[in-house]
Design a protein around this ligand. Structure first.
Ligand SMILES: CC(C)(COP(=O)(O)OP(=O)(O)OC[C@H]1O[C@@H](n2cnc3c(N)ncnc32)[C@H](O)[C@@H]1OP(=O)(O)O)[C@@H](O)C(=O)NCCC(=O)NCCS
Length: 165
């Protein structure tokens, strides 16, 4: 078996820890979001969403008390919830953080009595589609031209659903 540099840097890292997001995370979450999406959200937008009682947000950190390396933000009214955003720092991708964020969120929402989790993802976003399919989401529809790619070309949004009960 051969070692890749990413295996070695990962072996040095503290295992990820997970905790609910708090208002003080807004700046860090805006940074993670801006590094992952073409259209960023301001820290103020994260502050507003984190303060909203209809939101649930989980942060992954580099070990307990470490800096945020990923997050998931959901919003909705029972019994339905929607994933608004999930992102993992590029340096930390491929190590199971995204999957843990989605699975921990599904478990928490199910325990709170939510029945269904929805999301929309850009067609062609292979890492995200793989993450959601592995987590049991199924396509329920498409919105052609909902997004624009880096070159301004229209790209469909794929709507997905996961029952939590
Ligand atoms: C999508 C994203 C959150 C995945 O996070 P991650 O921590 O790298 O994902 P994980 O390591 O937990 O992998 C989850 C599953 O997806 C698959 N996957 C992850 N990256 C992949 C890639 N580049 N290509 C194919 N499959 C991939 C993995 O195989 C894994 O399945 P497994 O657990 O059965 O092996 C991350 O790529 C990201 O932040 N992307 C930019 C933001 C984004 O697109 N968010 C989603 C918007 S809807």
């Amino acid at each position: 078996m051969s070692w890749k540099i990413t295996d070695i840097t990962r072996a040095w890292r503290a295992p990820p820890a997970f905790r609910p997001a708090v208002a003080a995370d807004a700046e860090a979450l805006a940074g993670l979001h801006a590094a992952s999406f073409r259209i960023g959200w301001e820290a103020a937008e994260f502050e507003r969403l984190l303060a909203d009682r209809l939101s649930r947000a989980l942060v992954a950190t580099d070990g307990p008390g470490g800096r945020p390396t990923g997050f998931i933000l959901t919003h909705g009214v029972a019994p339905e919830m929607e994933i608004l955003s999930v992102a993992v720092a590029r340096t930390h991708r491929g190590g199971g953080i995204g999957r843990a964020l989605v699975e921990k969120t599904m478990a928490r929402l199910a325990a709170e009595g939510f029945a269904t989790l929805f999301l929309e993802v850009e067609e062609g976003n292979r890492p995200a589609l793989a993450l959601y399919e592995r987590a049991g989401f199924r396509e329920i529809g498409r919105r052609p031209g909902y997004y624009r790619d880096a070159g301004g070309k229209p790209v469909a949004a794929i709507a997905m659903r996961r029952d939590l009960r």
